[in-house]
Design a protein around this ligand. Structure first.
Ligand code: FSO
Ligand code: SF4
Length: 554
């Protein structure tokens, strides 16, 4: 196998025998085969669009297929065989629609050369998919820079797909996103594509990432209201409980409805924490708080939580036998041997009854001493404080904002982010989103004139809020350039949604981002140079050096 899509790629080069995440060779190859089929599907879907033909089943499956291959989402080989089969069927479906439309319009059969991804007719067996991945995996592209740019594009697209899929289940969609995903996939099949063309596509991916986060924000706030400043309980209470992880607010909402009046308490974990700040979710009294921290701590935290655990999206890590029977997956998540709750029919809710029965059987959790965490500083809430924030900047009470959003992860080097948070001068405010916050959100950093020194906007997709706040401040201060604001970016990345967020920030014109804890293994030295020269991206150094530089606006 070969995979280098996340920050924890072995030796910061690539996983070759087994993934650090737990992905085995078979699943890695099936994921490669799926992406290969999606590229072929994208080729035909792009052609069809040129003839006015679209197919929403195809558009949606492209998002779902890409999302399923994000790090830590799905480890179940059988599910990937099913996804590959579906991709092959939909590829044929959209191809046939295009061929018909072409013939009708051109009065002849389509006879142009087609790329191998579009031409492949799999035998629809696991063996065939594995053989294809062996012959045509990531390393099949020999030019290191082209490979690097293609993968940067595909990984950004995986993040876009995840956010667009979350929006879709909440009835928000964008044809521009479908169309861009198909174009980008199709373009990666071109043998003669140049670096310049790929860089242009990567920039367009950044614009599309902004759009994806924007529609997801609209979907979330439209259905659940604007996040409110909320003090969240972070300890266990008497009574049975279910822990909900991942990012899918609709799954959480349906589970809350189905557990109302049962005596079962619902807790969030990891990236589900911000759910506690949405009025239409916090109105459920039995949403009692958040338990645990970032995704990689689940192997110890889930042992402590004696109830069922529902994974709605990433990040699942290899479960221990001590709690494996309490793990339930849903949506695109999968782990072999763990119970999976299937999608509902259109217009119906998912059936969580097995999970609910399991919680009742397991009985009460072990109560703990209460601790609180303050969240809910997404764009609308911060804008309500805008006057206060602007005054504090003008008076010099706030010298600088430091955006420390992104992901948390296993590496010890991520202690850097705790140290930076602790050592930043007291006239700084940290803006955060994503699971990166768990490195410092329990620190008591106080406030500046009532403005907390850590403002948590929510999930990683709520980085949109952080960009929005920056753009509003730019206008409020009458500046021409977002980079003239007293804001530094010290971003932590782990998986492909963070790649999407990074591309979004670049598309918004943000320069001088620090990216850590390591520079992505999939970026070739030449591609790193392009990012350094055009956007001033830099690696992190030590906390002291970086704090000094950031305070000097560098
Ligand atoms: Fe991070 Fe990833 Fe969002 Fe996590 S982008 S690692 S649990 O998925 O979620 O902040
Ligand atoms: Fe390795 Fe990351 Fe790929 Fe998993 S997703 S196999 S840890 S590079």
């Amino acid at each position: 196998m070969f995979c280098f899509q996340c920050q924890e790629a072995a030796k910061n080069e690539g996983c070759t025998v087994k993934g650090v995440c737990g992905k085995d060779e078979e699943v890695a190859k099936l994921q490669d085969a799926l992406v290969y089929l999606l590229k072929g599907t994208g080729f035909w879907a792009k052609k069809a669009r040129q003839y006015g033909v679209t197919d929403e089943e195809v558009d949606l499956f492209i998002l779902e297929g890409l999302f399923a291959t994000v790090t830590n989402v799905n480890f179940d080989a059988e599910r990937f065989v099913e996804y590959c089969n579906k991709a092959a069927d939909l590829k044929s479906k959209i191809r046939d629609k295009f061929l018909n439309a072409y013939k009708q319009k051109e009065d002849s059969d389509f006879s142009e050369e087609i790329p191998r991804e579009a031409a492949w007719e799999p035998a629809k067996t696991k063996e065939d998919y594995l053989a294809k991945a062996e012959e045509d995996g990531v390393l099949a592209e020999e030019n290191e820079d082209i490979r690097s740019l293609k993968e940067l594009l595909i990984y950004g697209l995986k993040g876009i797909a995840a956010y667009a899929d979350h929006a879709y289940v909440l009835n928000e969609k964008s044809d521009n996103i479908f169309s861009f995903a198909e174009t980008a996939l199709a373009e990666t099949t071109r043998e003669n594509i140049t670096s310049e063309e790929l860089i242009s596509l990567v920039m367009q991916a950044g614009d599309t990432a902004v759009k994806a986060m924007e529609i997801l924000d609209k979907a979330n706030t439209g259905r659940y209201g604007k996040q409110e400043i909320t003090s969240v309980n972070t300890s266990l209470k008497e009574g049975p409980g279910i822990l909900v992880s991942g990012h899918d607010l609709l799954d959480l909402e349906e589970l809350l409805k189905q557990t109302e009046g049962t005596g079962i308490n619902i807790y969030t974990h990891g990236e589900m924490l911000p759910a506690n700040a949405y009025p239409e979710l916090k109105k459920f009294d039995h949403l009692v708080g958040n338990f645990g921290t970032a995704w990689y701590n689940q192997r110890s935290e889930f042992e402590e939580f004696n109830g069922p655990i529902l994974f709605t999206t990433n990040c699942i890590v290899p479960p221990k036998d001590s709690y494996k029977d309490r793990i339930y997956t849903t949506g695109l998540v999968g782990w072999p041997g763990c119970k999976h709750i299937p999608n509902a029919k259109t217009g119906e809710q998912k059936d969580f009854s097995s999970l609910i029965e399991h919680a009742k059987q397991l009985g009460s959790l072990q109560p703990q001493e209460n601790k609180e965490l303050t969240i809910g500083f997404a764009k609308d809430q911060v804008m309500e404080l805008a006057d206060k924030v602007i005054d504090a900047v003008k008076s010099g009470a706030i010298k600088r904002f430091v955006v420390m959003g992104g992901c948390d992860g296993r590496h010890k080097s991520r202690e850097y982010y705790t140290e930076v948070a602790k050592d930043l001068p007291e006239d700084t405010v940290i803006l955060t989103a994503g699971c990166a916050k768990y490195r410092y959100n329990m620190l008591d950093l106080g406030d500046i004139g009532g403005i907390p020194r850590i403002l948590d906007a929510g999930q990683c997709n709520d980085s949109y809020s952080l960009a929005y706040i920056a753009l509003q401040l730019k206008d409020a201060f009458g500046l021409d350039d977002i980079n003239d604001l007293p804001i530094s970016y010290d971003i932590a990345w782990y998986e492909q949604k963070a790649v999407c967020v990074l591309l979004a920030l670049l598309a918004l014109g943000v320069k001088g981002i620090r990216l850590g804890p390591t520079v992505p293994a999939f970026l070739s030295p030449n591609v790193v140079n392009v990012l350094v020269e055009n956007f001033g991206i830099k690696p992190i150094e030590d906390p002291e050096t970086d704090i000094e530089a950031m305070m000097a606006g560098k």
